[in-house]
Write a protein that binds this ligand. Structure first.
Ligand code: PEP
Ligand code: MN
Length: 337
């Protein structure tokens, strides 16, 4: 249930309601918006009468949230969430572009990529140091060494870093370098990892499980939110279908639908969604038209030599052209790149 407070409600009125919710054995979640202050009551099956809370001063309404996800829902927070990443807003008019290689492979590779993607207008550098590979025989990433290279790229360019964390134990290690912790498709339902990322509080790029429904996706986000971290970015990266010409199928309808269901910002990953470099630009344009708040693109100085995902990576020149092509599309929908 959520308690909607009246406009202009006082701190004392809010604190009395919070105390009462706790007395009922429930957790509270306070959301102070521009228009509305909302108190979420979170707990398992404890019967609380809405009428009881109507008696408190400052309470406008008490509502049951109809969806299984609560904190992620628009009912709980009607306004869009905007996440700040080192002075870059994600979820507002601006559409930040995250770009970089699938995996950090060497110091030269990540530094060259970082400089060039920055020059082209990207604001966030991607690159996996810990790589979740489908085969145990494939390149698994440079791990700690890769994180150090990302830290150097960040220092040299000022770009923020998004990089994947695969286990709960690694959250503080990866979080030292990452400005955004990436939780990959294979780990979308790794609940201890979601809880650890929730407690750590740095922004999280949560990728949709390759076979997850949107409800399961939002329930995974709910794990992070309910552990105290409101900064979750939902990333649509394609789902498994019967189609074989593409690696996955980009579920473009997920973009406006997630934004209807949730206040959280949405990102699209056309590289993993398609597996094919030629589809990155058209699908990025479509994603912007559909309302995405960010894009994450694989870029490599020499995709033909990449240790992972070369076929779905743009080279540096292609990336710069890609950015030019995207700008007018963003302007057409009153957004900015
Ligand atoms: C990645 O971003 O390199 C990655 C492994 O993505 P996903 O988890 O979507 O497959
Ligand atoms: Mn990849």
């Amino acid at each position: 249930m959520i308690i909607v407070m009246k406009k202009g409600v006082s701190k004392e009125e809010i604190s009395k309601v919070l105390k009462e919710v706790k007395k009922c054995g429930l957790k509270t979640h306070l959301s102070i918006g521009k228009e509305k202050t909302i108190i979420g009551m979170i707990g398992n099956g404890v019967a609380v009468s809405p009428a009881h809370f109507h008696l408190f001063s400052g309470v406008e309404d008490v509502l049951r949230v109809s969806k299984p996800f609560k904190l992620a829902s628009r009912e709980f927070k009607p306004e869009k969430s905007v996440i700040q990443i080192n002075g870059v807003s994600l979820g507002g008019e601006n559409i930040p572009i995250m770009a970089g290689p699938c995996a950090v492979e060497s110091r030269e590779q990540i530094l060259e990529t970082a400089l060039k993607v920055k020059e082209a207008g990207a604001t966030i550098l991607r690159g996996g140091a810990f790589k979740p590979r489908s085969s145990p025989y494939s390149f698994q990433g440079l791990k700690e060494e890769g994180l150090e290279m990302l830290a150097e790229a960040k220092e040299k360019t000022g770009l923020s870093i998004v990089t994947e964390v695969m286990t709960a134990e690694h959250v503080p290690l990866v979080g030292k370098v990452a400005d955004i912790l990436q939780i990959g498709t294979r780990n979308m339902q790794n609940y201890p990892l979601l809880e650890a990322a929730g407690k750590y509080k740095k922004p999280v790029l949560l990728k949709r499980g390759m076979m997850a429904t949107l409800e399961e996706f939002l329930m995974a986000a709910e794990y992070i939110l309910s552990n105290g971290n409101p900064n979750v970015i939902l990333c649509e990266r394609g789902i498994r279908t019967f189609e074989k010409y593409t690696r996955n199928t980009l579920d473009l309808s997920a973009v406006p639908l997630l934004k209807e269901l949730s206040h959280l910002p949405v990102c699209v990953d056309p590289s993993h969604a398609t597996g094919s470099r030629s589809l990155i630009t058209p699908l990025s344009k479509a994603a912007i038209a559909a309302g995405t708040d960010a894009l994450i693109i694989e870029v490599h100085p020499h995709p033909e030599k990449a240790l992972s995902d070369g076929a779905q990576s743009l080279n540096l020149e292609e990336f710069s052209k890609f950015m030019e092509e995207l700008r007018p599309v963003a302007e057409a929908v009153k957004r900015r790149i």
